[in-house]
Design a protein around this ligand. Structure first.
Ligand code: URP
Ligand code: ZN
Ligand code: ZN
Ligand code: ZN
Length: 466
């Protein structure tokens, strides 16, 4: 079956052209000058006045993640359906290894959770929290399975934290086998002391989550991770960067020619320590995530937008890790350190970043680049994903720049959580139609996809390395 997406403006990372896109089966067959496509045969989707973009690639999600004494509230089914609503057609989720678990057992367990449930395609990164011989050997085996990136943590002692020696060994392996090494860069030892001191002083509200994870802890850990990458030769991808001083570390490393990259998330562009974490009572718990929201007075958010323009930060993922207020975030009433860490955004990333086009922060080509093309290149999906070209998977979004999206529970909200971290955000654009491998999964009637349509995508090595 073939479909012609007609009359739209096709936007890529490098430019925008009016063109008609012919989809045949699961892939893109051809791109025609307007009106030059086949007149007979295909179904026609009218994209007149609309943008035609490659489906979003969200390279940082945590569906059903066991964390903080509970589970992230979106399953692979609910989370990928919400992603589809928002124009994201691929996620890369994290397989979790906790201490004493076998990496390959965990990898199989994540396949069991996801298989048959996803609305869109998915890949996996692997979290390592027990770096020893068997885990290092598993890194080679996982690369053969299409898991080509590994996340380590410099925080969360006893849960995820690896010491510098363990990080060094894992990075040596990454330098050897070509894996992308991902880092949660926060100095956990400093944070643990600050948290104990805050609680001992009776400072128990969500606001203190932010104050006890200061930018210095992020900048220091970012610097340390860069030094370990430099020493070993491994490429480094710093996840959820929120502090401008951490960006400065990444920019300096890149200026020295290192393969060091940074990701930020919509929350670090739009939300702040003062306005959200500092909300009255326990409200701030809605926005407890790590790294934390930063002070607007200190200018982190503006700096983060700037670094997206200058490519000091390469891309935007969500770090989608939703928890409900009821029974989940509420575990931390009277002790902010017991609030499960995470924010849900997988549904809104394409819209929130498009609003950056509307406000003049980024161009529409940069929008496509940071939400789709670079994530695909960074994590070895490019060619199939992240681009509209013949041979690519037909993962396509028709986006209406004249449309409007009001974000909030009871409006656009399909994530499995009892509040929205984005309540009241207004977007001057609208996801009109979403296609995943040639199947329309969202159209004007709503979600028309199917759990189990999404497939596991084995990834190659990064296509972004200098
Ligand atoms: O608060 C966060 N970021 N939760 C998810 C786990 C992580 O560190 O990415
Ligand atoms: Zn993290
Ligand atoms: Zn995360
Ligand atoms: Zn709608």
């Amino acid at each position: 079956m073939s479909t012609l997406i007609q009359g739209g403006l096709v936007i890529s990372a490098t430019g925008s052209v009016p063109a008609d896109v012919l989809v045949d089966g699961e892939t893109i067959a051809a791109i025609f000058a307007p009106g030059r496509g086949p007149a007979e045969g295909p179904n026609v989707i009218d994209a007149t006045g609309k943008y035609v973009i490659p489906g979003g690639v969200d390279a940082h999600t945590h569906m059903e993640m066991p964390f903080g004494g509970t589970f992230a509230s979106d399953t692979f089914e609910t989370g990928t359906r919400a992603a589809a609503w928002g124009g994201t057609t691929t996620i890369v989720d994290f397989v979790v290894q906790y201490p004493e678990q076998r990496v390959l057992d965990q990898y199989q367990a994540w396949h069991a959770k996801a298989a048959g449930h996803c609305a869109i395609d998915y890949g996996f990164h692997q979290i390592l929290s027990d770096v020893q011989d068997e885990s290092l050997k598993a890194m080679d085996e996982l690369i053969a399975e299409g898991v080509t990136s590994f996340k380590l943590f410099m925080a969360y002692k006893g849960v995820f934290l690896s010491d510098d020696g363990q990080i060094l060994r894992a990075f040596q392996k990454g330098a050897d086998n070509g894996a992308m090494m991902m880092m949660h860069a926060e100095n956990g030892a400093m944070i643990d002391v600050l948290v104990q001191q805050a609680l001992a002083a009776g400072n128990t509200s969500p606001y203190f989550h932010g104050l006890t994870r200061p930018w210095q802890a992020e900048a220091e850990a970012t610097h340390r991770a860069i030094m370990i990458a430099d020493l070993t030769g491994a490429p480094l991808y710093v996840v959820h960067v929120s502090a401008k001083q951490a960006v400065e570390q990444i920019a300096a490393a890149r200026d020295r020619g290192l393969n060091v990259f940074g990701e930020t998330c919509p929350q670090y562009l739009y939300l702040s320590l003062e306005e959200q974490l500092g909300a009255p009572g326990f409200e701030g718990a809605k926005w407890v995530c790590s790294t934390p929201l930063r002070s607007r007075a200190e200018g982190h958010q503006d700096h983060m937008w700037q670094s997206l323009r200058t490519n000091d930060i390469q891309m935007v993922s969500t770090d989608h890790c939703p928890f409900c207020m009821k029974d989940q975030k509420e575990m931390g009433i009277g002790d902010f350190s017991k609030i499960p860490n995470g924010i849900g955004s997988v549904e809104h990333r394409m819209d929130l970043m498009y609003q950056g086009v509307v406000t003049g922060q980024i161009t529409r080509e940069r929008w496509v680049e940071i939400t789709s093309t670079t994530p695909a290149r960074m994590f070895g999906l490019y060619g199939r994903k992240g681009v509209i070209q013949p041979g690519a998977d037909a993962d396509i979004v028709v986006y209406d720049p004249q449309g409007h999206t009001s974000i909030g529970v009871g409006r656009t909200h399909h994530m499995n959580m009892d509040y929205s971290a984005w309540e009241g955000f207004e977007i001057d654009g609208h996801v009109d139609l979403v296609m995943s491998r040639g199947s329309v999964i969202v159209d004007s009637s709503g979600y028309v996809g199917r759990a189990g349509h999404g497939r596991y995508v084995p990834r190659g090595l990064s296509q972004y390395l200098a």
